[in-house]
Design a protein around this ligand. Structure first.
Ligand code: FE
Ligand code: FE
Length: 194
């Protein structure tokens, strides 16, 4: 059995059928984006497959693991434990010896909040999570078009979608997401000035 098939078998046992289908969509979309943006396609596919490794764990499990292993990045993580499924997923995949590639681990770790230092692989996973074929929300078609034109604008479009949603729902915004957006704007300004 090749590595990918092994991952799939493992995920089938961990995730709900709906989430499993989502991860297949993210892996395929990430591989496609990676091909376009000259990022390692195998890494993108693997990171896509494994990005929601901890998603179907309970809030209590996520919090316990995060506290025990110092995975929190902000006090808000306690109020919104679901945000921890990125960091906990990366932690478990490394501890269980399933993944040792630091790029894949970082992409998984930061797919929930974003991070100002995200590399292209991490950006690809972040965007693929929004635009995989199973996603159907107002504006998804436009987001797909943007993502296939520019990695940074695609990322910005996904981030803004989340921020708008949080603002309209009078919800907290994670500081890492704000920092990520500010860094993206900086990167886009630099690109435009050259
Ligand atoms: Fe996720
Ligand atoms: Fe996801």
């Amino acid at each position: 059995m090749d590595l990918t098939e092994g991952y799939k078998e493992m995920l089938k046992k961990r995730l709900t059928p709906k989430r499993y289908t989502h991860t297949i969509g993210v892996a395929q979309t990430a591989a496609k984006l990676a091909g376009m943006y000259k990022v390692n396609v195998t890494k993108a596919h693997t990171a896509g497959l494994l990005h929601d490794y901890a998603k179907d764990m309970s809030n209590e499990e996520l919090l316990d693991l995060a506290i025990e292993n110092e995975l929190m990045t902000d006090d808000l993580d306690v109020i919104m434990p679901q945000i921890l499924h990125g960091a906990v997923g990366a932690f478990l995949l490394e501890r269980e010896g399933i993944v040792d590639d630091p790029d894949i681990l970082a992409a998984i770790r930061y797919h929930t909040t974003g991070h100002p230092d995200m590399n292209d692989l991490a950006k690809i996973i972040y965007i693929a999570d929004y635009i995989e074929p199973g996603r159907d929300f107002k504006g998804v078609e436009k987001m797909r078009k943007v993502a296939y034109r520019s990695l940074e604008y695609g990322m910005l479009s996904g981030l803004d979608h989340t921020l708008m949603h949080l603002i309209h729902s009078a919800a907290y915004v994670h500081p890492l997401s704000i920092a990520t957006r500010n860094r993206l704007i900086e990167q886009l300004n630099i690109k435009h000035c050259n």
